[in-house]
Design a protein around this ligand. Structure first.
Ligand code: ADP
Length: 177
């Protein structure tokens, strides 16, 4: 038990985040190159409240965070009201529109709905400090990075679950003092 307590108090953001070791990677959007149709099927095939936006799949450099709800509303509105927005339209989170071929349908710029500075902690941040940040800043989710590279996500529920686990094993946990 003592060894376990030791581990609990030494938990790091990397131990609480999704994905855990061996789990599938995070569901992310790239800042350009994805189509409206691809983004829609990604939204439909998952239940996550939000998606990190990365520079590219290869780099996994964090660019921002976008809420599922805002994506749904914006794409829905654009399909209804914006001329030429179709499944093949490119979704663009960059500041400047990338060059498109003349035959391509008009792109859908969505930088406006992206949180450009989502809260992040590094993988080595102790979890009790992360819990403190969640409480004090009223966060709903926080991204985990290493040298600017996206590693994972921690939601408020993830934090609460982790705290409940610790409380079960160790009712006198310092987290509750
Ligand atoms: P909540 O934790 O409140 O249910 P979500 O529905 O967003 O919020 O997340 C559910 C679970 O999926 C959490 O454990 C979270 O860490 C994880 N998660 C959240 N967003 C993503 C994502 N984009 N890709 C992969 N996993 C995610």
């Amino acid at each position: 038990l003592e060894a376990k307590e030791e581990i609990d108090h030494n938990s790091l953001a990397v131990d609480v985040m999704t994905p855990r070791r061996g789990d599938p990677a995070l569901t992310v959007l790239t800042q350009e190159g994805m189509t409206v149709g691809e983004v829609e099927s990604l939204i439909e095939s998952t239940r996550f409240s939000g998606f990190p936006v990365v520079l590219s799949q290869e780099s996994q450099r964090l660019v921002g965070f976008v809420l599922r709800r805002d994506l749904l509303i914006s794409i829905d509105n654009a399909r209804k009201r914006q001329d030429g927005i179709v499944s093949a339209s490119q979704v663009v989170f960059t500041e400047h529109l990338p060059p498109l071929s003349p035959e391509a349908p008009p792109p859908l710029p969505l930088r406006g709905i992206m949180d450009l500075s989502p809260f992040t902690v590094t993988d080595h941040t102790p979890i009790d400090i992360t819990v403190d940040i969640f409480r004090k800043l009223g966060l709903r989710q926080c991204l985990v990075t290493h040298n600017g590279k996206l590693l994972g996500i921690i939601t408020k529920k993830d934090v609460l679950k982790h705290m409940a686990q610790i409380a079960n094993r160790d009712p006198d946990s310092i987290l509750f003092n």
